[in-house]
Unconditional design. Structure first.
Length: 166
């Protein structure tokens, strides 16, 4: 089977946005393993990009009932698992193991994007994103974010906004 050749710097997330015709800005930064170990990947991205942490979102893989889902929340917050379960119509939710998250998405932890994953998973975006004209999410690898309107993210992913962060 022939592999598709990606443009320089391209990722499945960026390809998904281009294919959908979604306006976006690619925002690369120098990933610093020491900074991410101290701050976390999302906070490291916000600092490196000089962006308000309320506009920078991390993508987490969780199970909700019998299914896996993606939860997209501001980097300065925590995922509320009870709220995620409610949003997904499940009795309970739990964080996925990192190895499972990487297997399902095809990306490493710290570079998981809500876009273009190996497996299409339901996306739940914290509703605080809807108060922002644009948010930043991982573009599918550490050191690469993409800026886009939250409505466009929901449209491309078929996701839903819900109050899932605390």
């Amino acid at each position: 089977m022939a592999r598709r050749r990606r443009r320089e710097g391209g990722t499945p997330a960026l390809e998904a946005l281009a294919a959908a015709g979604v306006p976006h800005a690619v925002r690369p930064y120098d990933h610093d393993a020491a900074a991410s170990a101290e701050l976390g990947y999302g906070e490291e991205a916000a600092r490196a990009l000089g962006a308000d942490p309320a506009r920078v979102f991390k993508t987490l893989v969780a199970s909700a009932g019998d299914d896996h889902v993606l939860a997209v929340v501001p980097v300065a917050t925590r995922l509320d698992l009870k709220a995620l379960a409610r949003a997904a119509g499940a009795k309970r939710a739990a964080m996925a193991e990192p190895a499972d998250a990487e297997r399902l998405t095809g990306s490493v932890v710290g570079g998981i994007s809500p876009l273009g994953g190996r497996t299409r998973l339901p996306v739940f975006l914290d509703d605080s994103a809807m108060r922002q004209p644009a948010i930043l999410v991982s573009a599918g690898r550490r050191g690469l974010d993409v800026e886009l309107a939250p409505d466009d993210l929901l449209r491309v992913t078929g996701g839903a906004a819900a109050p899932i962060a605390r």
